[in-house]
Design a protein around this ligand. Structure first.
Ligand SMILES: [Zn+2]
Length: 458
């Protein structure tokens, strides 16, 4: 099931020809060097051997020599309207103009990093009108969003983004109302009961909405997938809890260890669950997920010590308040022993390999602004980490391009080919050779228009 997406259409008008670029199409492997790309009416009108494009009066012609062009990236797990530190109010509680400015600034940051689309995994319901307004704008990234999380009984660490749904008989009306308010998919959360989960997935289906989220603590992975939950967030223990002895209590046991003994205890519990799993049963489960067409946004920074991901450069991307609380919070990871770190990286690498071998497709997600993740750069970093965890650079880039297009059922994004939207990222170095080159943003185009004034190459 695909969301019915209502984003702004590409602009029409002048043609742009970018000549002599190296194309990274993403729907096929490799690089095609020496091409002229013709952009018209917000789309890629033609991709020609260099020199074969003919400029007409009024066309803008740009020398793309030395540049690589790939599809604009998608951050498939973000929260554009969450507060970025514990002391900041939710944007819904700010004056409307301030909230609009804050969220617009975040989306503009995304664009400057070559992120031309985002999937939002939870914002307060009273922000849905603002979200609808912003996604109708042509100068901001495409947005698909879940609106409020659907959760069960309130918990102490409530984020305020959720609606508590405790009676299955209330699900149909709620989901229909949210569909009317413009959500593109439904996000379920940890504390939903099996009965409410069944009612929510049925209501989502009735409204033509995909179901995403955390696999609820009380629902097995197999049952969640069978009920039609094909977009799974975060993963790791949630993805293999069925093939551990702990079963559905695996996730709560990890959280319990964390509450009692901090991060080292949390990672040790992860490690013990992983080591004790029934690997054959796990692979059978992953195959069922692959056959069901499951997409996972694994957000590896949640499963590894955060100080691997956040240093000076990353802190500098955050708001001053978030920077201050992150700088302090990172101290919690200082004592995690090197051998435990190495084992966790090895576990995750193997886990990812088995999921991919079973046909489970990965989506890149930053989970910004939580866990010190800034908007934009942290997505680049997520791609770098995928490579560190065993994906090839092409597989990593696919998690932010072709895989999002497949998840959203769109053939006109996530690829550089004739007819696709001209949502393009121009890099000054080849990310297939070194994934770190994803940071080398030279220019960004959204719907056939250059983003920013200085962004235009040369
Ligand atoms: Zn999230």
């Amino acid at each position: 099931m695909y969301p019915r997406i209502a984003w702004a259409e590409a602009r029409t008008g002048e043609r742009i020809i970018v000549s002599n670029v190296s194309v990274i199409p993403m729907d096929v492997a490799g690089v095609i060097a020496g091409r002229d790309i013709v952009i018209a009416d917000g789309r890629i009108a033609a991709i020609l051997p260099h020199g074969e494009s003919v400029a007409e009066p009024g066309d803008e012609r740009v020398d793309g020599s030395g540049l690589f062009v790939m599809p604009g990236l998608w951050d498939m797990h973000t929260h554009i309207a969450a507060s970025d530190n514990a002391s900041a109010p939710n944007p819904a509680d700010l004056p409307p103009d301030i909230a609009r400015m804050l969220i617009t600034d975040r989306l503009a940051r995304y664009l400057r990093h070559g992120v031309t689309g985002v999937r939002d995994l939870g914002m307060r319901r009273d922000l849905l009108p603002l979200a609808a307004e912003l996604r109708a704008r042509r100068d901001l990234p495409h947005m698909v969003y879940a609106g409020p999380l659907i959760d069960g009984s309130p918990v102490p660490w409530s984020s305020g983004l959720e609606i508590h749904l405790e009676r299955p008989e209330d699900a149909a009306a709620l989901i229909a109302e949210l569909a009317g308010e413009g959500i593109d998919f439904v996000k379920v959360y940890n504390r939903v009961t099996p009965e409410v989960f069944a009612a929510v997935t049925a209501a989502a289906r009735d409204n033509g909405l995909p179901v995403a989220g955390h696999i609820p603590f009380a629902v097995s992975t197999r049952d969640a997938v069978a009920a039609g939950m094909t977009w799974i967030e975060h993963g790791y223990v949630n993805l293999f809890k069925d093939c551990t002895e702990a079963g559905n209590s695996a996730m709560t046991s990890v959280l319990g260890a964390w509450m009692e003994g901090g991060y080292e205890a949390r990672y040790r519990r992860f490690d013990a669950l992983y080591a004790g799993r029934d690997a054959t049963a796990c692979r059978a489960l992953y195959s069922e997920m692959g056959e069901a067409g499951v997409f996972v946004a694994p957000t590896p920074h949640l499963d590894l010590p955060l100080d691997l991901f956040v240093g000076e450069v990353e802190l500098a991307e955050l708001s001053p308040a978030a920077r201050a609380s992150c700088a302090t919070g990172l101290g919690q990871f200082a004592d995690i022993p090197a051998d435990l770190r190495a084992r966790m990286i090895a576990n995750l690498t193997e886990h990812y390999r088995e999921l991919r071998a079973a046909g489970v497709r990965f989506l890149a997600g930053s989970d910004a602004p939580t866990d010190c993740q800034g908007y934009g750069r942290s997505l680049h970093q997520a791609l770098e980490f995928f490579v560190r965890l065993g994906l090839t650079p092409h597989e990593a880039l696919a998690t932010a391009t072709v895989n999002p297009a497949l998840a959203l059922g769109r053939e006109d994004i996530g690829r550089v080919r004739e007819g696709a939207r001209a949502d393009l990222l121009f890099l000054s170095a080849n990310p297939l050779e070194d994934i770190a080159n994803i940071h080398a943003v030279a220019a960004v185009m959204l719907g056939g228009a250059w983003v920013g004034q200085a962004a235009q190459p040369r």
